[in-house]
Design a protein around this ligand. Structure first.
Ligand code: OVV
Length: 412
């Protein structure tokens, strides 16, 4: 076999895969990761990330291969860089994300039922009213911060209400989520700074996961009802509330923010949605493909395996670059073009396989409803300056996006 990319620096042993020296967690790469992802895809279907001593897959086909073989590429060693089989996690592992079958099956079943399209149907009307009221308010004031006033405000209201949280203290949700997603990466400054400030937020999160703090008829209440029914334990119900709070805010918030950034940048694409709001859902799918929120996570080998012609040992971490797969020109035509008319159904933004995002239906629902409310009322989105990126080790999005919203002419 052709030996490519031998390790030149000699820090880590040559793994037999092309060696990539860039740091995917550096500000430089994160500012615009797509040219680097292309480099990784062109280097080969499986590469060696020298700085962290892991493998990585960036092509659509190789990402699929890893995600659809959960027996070989497991989650119980953690889905971040930290290997839970040999290192200590920063918090108690998630009982749905960071587990394998058979343990995964029971928690996933309860969780998926509560977040199924059927049970979400009840939320639509309330979600729509909330979005319409928010947009009416913002159009009247004309200038706003699309991240703070739309992308953050909306899920912090409707999703947190749906989980059953008290109104007080919700400001802890974002620092907590930021930590969760930083912790899937290396223990760099971003990770340390976040953890150092986190104490009060961790206490609040643990508190609101308790049954007595969750409102009636909420997702949280349903999780505890599943415990009453014996499907899971009461402690597990609390842990699954924690999962909702970990996975359900930053992800949807950044997705909505990324959508706003895309439409501010490509006015013709906004015009297409405004003229035909029925394509809002597909437009969100294209946002998720074009600028995927959850950029990457890891899997760990459970046994020696040959992947893409390379022999891997047991207990090797593999970085799975879903945002790169979503830009792979061998899968997508005009992969780097943002096109809301595309049918991007096969995008991997929510992952795939047994650990595919359990909250994807509510994520789509929130984003679609916000987009439709904007399409109904806003003629033009004007970005006032460049959006500011928020740097996080795992999720990609903005911390600020100043917008002027110009109202649609009301028909008499
Ligand atoms: C998918 C996801 C992201 C972050 C946290 C969790 C899950 C969790 O289960 O805590």
């Amino acid at each position: 076999m052709l030996q490519v990319g031998r390790d030149e620096v000699g820090v880590t042993p040559s793994p037999g895969a092309p060696v990539i020296t860039l740091d995917p967690y550096s500000d430089e790469v994160m500012s615009n990761p797509y040219p680097y992802y292309q480099e990784i895809r062109e280097a080969g279907p499986l590469v060696w990330m020298q700085k962290y001593g892991t493998y990585a897959v960036g092509r659509y086909a190789s990402v699929m291969r890893v995600l659809t073989d959960h027996e070989t590429f497991c989650s119980s060693a953690g889905v971040g860089l930290t290997n839970f089989h040999t290192e200590t996690p920063w918090r108690k592992p998630s009982i749905i994300l960071e587990v394998d079958r058979p343990e995964h099956t029971r928690t996933r079943k309860v969780f998926s039922r509560i977040l199924s399209p059927r049970s979400l149907g009840r939320l639509r009307e309330r979600f729509e009213q909330e979005a319409q009221a928010m947009v009416t308010r913002l159009v009247a004031q004309s200038v706003c911060d699309g991240v703070r006033d739309i992308a953050e405000a909306y899920p912090l209201k409707v999703f947190a209400d749906a989980v059953g949280l008290p109104a007080e203290g919700r400001e802890h949700l974002l620092p907590y989520g930021d930590m969760v997603f930083n912790a899937f990466g290396p223990q760099n400054d971003r990770f340390r700074d976040c953890l150092a400030r986190l104490g009060p937020s961790i206490r609040w999160i643990n508190e609101v996961c308790q049954r007595k703090n969750l409102s009636e008829g909420s997702f949280g209440a349903e999780l505890y009802a599943a415990a009453d029914a014996g499907e899971i334990t009461h402690e597990e119900a609390g842990m699954l509330v924690r999962t909702m709070l970990s996975a359900g805010l930053d992800t949807t918030i950044f997705t909505i923010g990324n959508a706003l950034a895309c439409f501010a940048r490509y006015p013709d694409q906004w015009a297409a949605v405004r003229h035909d709001p029925a394509i809002a859902r597909q437009a969100i799918e294209e946002v998720l493909r074009y600028d995927s929120t959850f950029h990457s996570f890891y899997r760990t080998t459970t046994q020696p395996v040959t992947l893409e012609g390379v022999d891997l040992d047991k207990n090797q971490k593999i970085l799975v670059l879903i945002a790169s797969a979503n830009r792979d020109a061998s899968h997508w035509t005009a992969a780097d073009t943002f096109d809301v008319h595309r049918k991007p159904a096969s995008n991997l933004a929510f992952g795939t396989g047994i650990h595919g995002c359990a909250g994807q239906m509510i994520a789509r629902l929130e984003a679609e409803i916000v987009l439709k409310a904007l399409a109904a009322q806003v003629e033009v989105f004007e970005a006032l300056g460049e959006p500011e990126l928020h740097f996080n080790n795992t999720v990609r999005g903005y911390s600020s996006l100043r917008l002027r919203l110009i109202a649609k002419e009301k028909r008499a």
